[in-house]
Design a protein around this ligand. Structure first.
Ligand SMILES: [Zn+2]
Ligand SMILES: [Zn+2]
Length: 319
C-alpha cells in the first residue's frame, strides 16, 4: 500500500487565483453567503488573520471562507489522488497462477486501470467594484460598491466618496478648457454628482449603523440630498450634529449648493420663493436662472469632504 501510504492522512489541494490575481471567498454566515474576492499577499501581514465579510461584517478565520465550488474542486482532486493511489497499490497485488496438470485450476488477479473520478473545475465570478483598501492596502472585489475591508474591517464609504469627489474635480477642470455652454453643463453635472456621491455615502453610513437603533427602518430612509433634513434626522436618530465638523459659514455654503442642485434637478434651474427662503441667497431673483460657478462647486467638494470625515468619526464613536 505504498502509494496510499505516501498520501499520508491529509491531502493538500492548491486553489489557484484567477487571471487577475484574485481568490474567491464566500461568507460562511448562512444568512449572507456573499461572494467576494481578495488578492492574497496584499493587505495586512501575519499568520491566521481573521477575514471580515465585506457585506455583513461576519468575522471568522480564512479557512471558513472557501466557496462551495472551491470545496467541490478540492474534494474531487483529493478523491482522484486517492483512487489513483489505490489502483496503483492494487496493481502490485496482481498475480497469475497457471493451472497445472489435467485437473489443475489457475488463479489470477488482474487489475485493469479503471476510470478516475472527474475533477470539478470552476471559474471565479466577475464582480462589480475593485477596491484597494486605503487603510491596509488589501486588494479586493465585491458586488455593488460599498463594503467592509475583508482584512482590516474598515468600511470603504469614505474612500468611495473621495473617489467620486475626485471625478467631480476632474469635470470642473475639464470645464475650464471648453466652450461656455458645455462648461455650464459640466459644472451643473459636477454639482449633481457631488450631491449624489454625498447622498450615497450618507445613506450607506446610516444603513450600516441602523442595527444599533430601536427603529432601524427610519435610519435607512434618511436622504442626504437635503442637508437640513439630514441634519434633523441624524440629530433625532443618532444624536449626531452634522454641522459640528464645519467652521464659519461653511454650513450655509453647503446648504446653498444643495438647494441650487435641487433647482437644477427639479425646476430647470429657475429660482423660486422656497429657494430664497431656505438659502437667504441675496443675489438670486425669483423667476431667473440660478448661477453656479466652478469655484463654488470646488468649495462644496472641500466642505463635503470635511463633513463626511467628521460624520465617519461620529458614527465610529456611536455606541
Ligand atoms: Zn456575510
Ligand atoms: Zn483594509
Amino acid at each position: 500500500m505504498t502509494h496510499l501510504r505516501r498520501l499520508g492522512n491529509s491531502i493538500s489541494v492548491r486553489i489557484q487565483p484567477d487571471e487577475d490575481g484574485f481568490t474567491g471567498r464566500e461568507c460562511p454566515n448562512p444568512e449572507c453567503e456573499g461572494y467576494f474576492k481578495i488578492e492574497f499577499g496584499t493587505g495586512l501581514k501575519g499568520e491566521n488573520m481573521p477575514c471580515h465579510c465585506p457585506y455583513c461584517g461576519h468575522t471568522a478565520s480564512h479557512d471558513h471562507f472557501w466557496t462551495k465550488e472551491q470545496v467541490e474542486y478540492a474534494q474531487s482532486v483529493a478523491l482522484r489522488q486517492l483512487t489513483d493511489a489505490f489502483q496503483k497499490d492494487l496493481k502490485k497485488l496482481e498475480f497469475d497462477h497457471k493451472p497445472r496438470g489435467p485437473l489443475g485450476i489457475g488463479f489470477s488477479l488482474k487489475v485493469k486501470p479503471g476510470h478516475l473520478p472527474p475533477i470539478r473545475y470552476y471559474r471565479e465570478k466577475r464582480l462589480e467594484t475593485e477596491v484597494v483598501c486605503s487603510n491596509c492596502t488589501l486588494r479586493y472585489a465585491v458586488y455593488g460598491v460599498f463594503a467592509f475591508c475583508p482584512d482590516c474591517g474598515l468600511h470603504n464609504s469614505l474612500q468611495i466618496l473621495s473617489k467620486n469627489l475626485e471625478l467631480v474635480i476632474k469635470m470642473l477642470d475639464m470645464a475650464m478648457t471648453t466652450e461656455v455652454d458645455l462648461a455650464t453643463r459640466l459644472i451643473e453635472n459636477a454639482l449633481e454628482d457631488c450631491v449624489s456621491a454625498f447622498d450615497g455615502f450618507g445613506r450607506e453610513i446610516c444603513r450600516i449603523h441602523a442595527n444599533k437603533l430601536v427603529d432601524p427602518i427610519r435610519a435607512e430612509k434618511v436622504s442626504f440630498q437635503n442637508l437640513e433634513g439630514a441634519q434633523r434626522s441624524l440629530s433625532e436618530l443618532f444624536n449626531i450634529d452634522l454641522t459640528a465638523g464645519l467652521a464659519g459659514d461653511e454650513w450655509t455654503i453647503a446648504v446653498q449648493g444643495f438647494q441650487k442642485r435641487h433647482l437644477l434637478a427639479h425646476k430647470m434651474g429657475v429660482v423660486d420663493e422656497e429657494y430664497i427662503r431656505k438659502t437667504g441667497d441675496k443675489r438670486a431673483v425669483v423667476g431667473r436662472k440660478v448661477t453656479i460657478g466652478a469655484d463654488e462647486v470646488r468649495g462644496l467638494v472641500r466642505i463635503l469632504d470635511q463633513l463626511a470625515q467628521s460624520l465617519f468619526g461620529d458614527f465610529a464613536r456611536f455606541p
